[in-house]
Design a protein around this ligand. Structure first.
Ligand code: PLP
Length: 419
């Protein structure tokens, strides 16, 4: 196969694609193939992927056990729209009810995280008959209109006309140089202040259980229980965005299960399709019963994405990816913590399971250099955080112990090189 190669792709992208789309790396490879925890570039170089295309390929890239289901469905029936009856959609909805926490039972399928977040917000408005929302500093929930209004990261707030009168930002449960419990208490007080100030107007509070783009921020265990109590007092809903955290990544099927709370509405996407576009918002019978006016998403829950998602959930269970994420996550975290003990340049190691972040004492430039040098050694890691100085480790959950030790050894050497 003739590949264009990185230079020509960059040139074409500059000419024909929107200039808002940026890529990692000074010298990015052309990725041409994926298989489980590996990517391959146009020169046949193998990369061990520790970012999963931003938390998507939890079951590994082009996982043969899953893609064979996708391909069979592609060759049988691709699309009907929801105005006709198909079985994969209802089978997937039933499967989702089996794995969702508490009384969450009903799903609506769409195509992207943003679309599902919009649906969740619409549902909260329908149920509460209130219009406004609270969101957290450092949160990210999408880039469509409603979802952009609840982005708590300045670099992603692109729309110049976001509505600060109806969408209220609260302090997040993390603050530099402050104990996590103290920071979470401040955040809770801030949420209460807004609920009181906008009494009778707040439909819901939306948050990621662990902030992904915001720099892998994990609230203390009690945080969401207290947030939910507050919301109940003000008759507002808890919307939990599991778009990055869902499907075994944190050693639970959903990250919110680490916090002993059942949300009113859950949003999932990314890893549900393992690379095939599908997302959902899910809720209890009680809340779903207010969503009766006609709605649809033309491609949402089409037979190909629904069959794939069922195969993904079955793969996670059959191959014990929940237990694997927990076990390997602990090993990786311990390794990263010993690097922290070695280098004062590492300020904090955060996260649960295989969703880990390493905050660096850096303005972003050394973070980029580390990413580049790791890529040159054949390792893909991510970055996030408000200062773009957090190394993100969110690998496919099919990695091995050797992969973990391998990346740790190389990271150690690269940090030594750049300091
Ligand atoms: C937590 C979270 N929610 C929502 C979204 C939006 O998802 P999508 O890009 O599929 O619209 C993202 C995307 O990065 C995300 O990380």
């Amino acid at each position: 196969m003739d590949y264009l190669g990185p230079e020509k792709i960059i040139k074409k992208k500059k000419e024909f694609y929107m200039p808002c789309s940026h890529n990692f790396y000074k010298n990015p490879p052309q990725i041409v193939r994926g298989l489980m925890q590996y990517y391959y570039d146009n020169e046949g170089i193998q990369y061990l992927d520790f970012f999963s295309g931003v938390s998507v390929a939890n079951c590994g890239h082009c996982n043969p056990e899953i893609t064979c289901v996708t391909i069979e469905q592609l060759q049988t029936l691709q699309h009907t729209s929801t105005i006709y009856l198909t079985q994969p959609l209802v089978d997937l909805a039933e499967k989702m009810a089996e794995i969702m926490p508490g009384d969450i039972k009903r799903s609506f399928f769409c195509n992207s995280g943003s679309e599902a977040v919009e649906g969740a917000m619409l549902l909260a408005r329908l149920y509460t008959q209130k219009e406004e929302f609270i969101y957290l500093e450092g949160g990210l929930h999408g880039r469509t209109y409603l979802s952009s209004n609840v982005i708590g990261i300045p670099m992603w707030r692109t729309d110049p006309f976001l509505d600060a009168n109806k969408f209220h930002i609260a302090l997040r449960p993390w603050k530099k140089d402050l104990n996590i419990d103290e920071a979470a208490k401040i955040s809770l007080r801030d949420i209460e202040l807004i609920l009181e100030k906008r009494k009778g107007k707040i439909a819901g509070f939306i948050a990621e259980p662990i902030q992904g783009n915001g720099g892998i921020i994990v609230p203390p265990k009690w945080y969401f229980v207290e947030v939910k109590k507050l919301l109940e007092k003000y008759h507002s809903l808890l919307i939990i965005d599991e778009v990055q955290t869902g499907f075994a990544r944190t050693g639970k099927m959903f990250a919110i299960e680490n916090f002993d709370v059942v949300p009113d509405i859950m949003v999932v996407a990314k890893a549900l399709g393992n690379g095939i576009p599908i997302s959902a918002f899910c809720t209890s019978d009680r809340i779903a019963n207010t969503f009766t006016k006609p709605s649809a998403s033309t491609l949402g829950g089409n037979p190909v994405s629904s069959k794939t998602a069922i195969a993904v959930i079955e793969y996670i269970i059959k191959h014990e990816l929940i237990e694997k994420a927990s076990y390997l996550g602990n090993i990786l975290k311990k390794g990263l913590e010993s690097l922290k003990n070695k280098y004062g340049f590492i300020k904090e190691v955060r996260g649960i399971g295989l969703m880990l972040g390493v905050e660096l004492d850096d303005d972003g430039s050394l973070t980029d250099l580390i990413l580049e040098k790791m890529k040159d050694r054949g390792f893909i890691i991510g970055k996030n955080g408000l200062g773009r100085n957090v190394l993100a480790f969110q690998p496919p959950l099919v990695i091995t112990v050797d992969d973990v030790f391998n990346i740790l050894t190389n990271l150690d050497e690269v940090i030594k090189e750049v300091l």
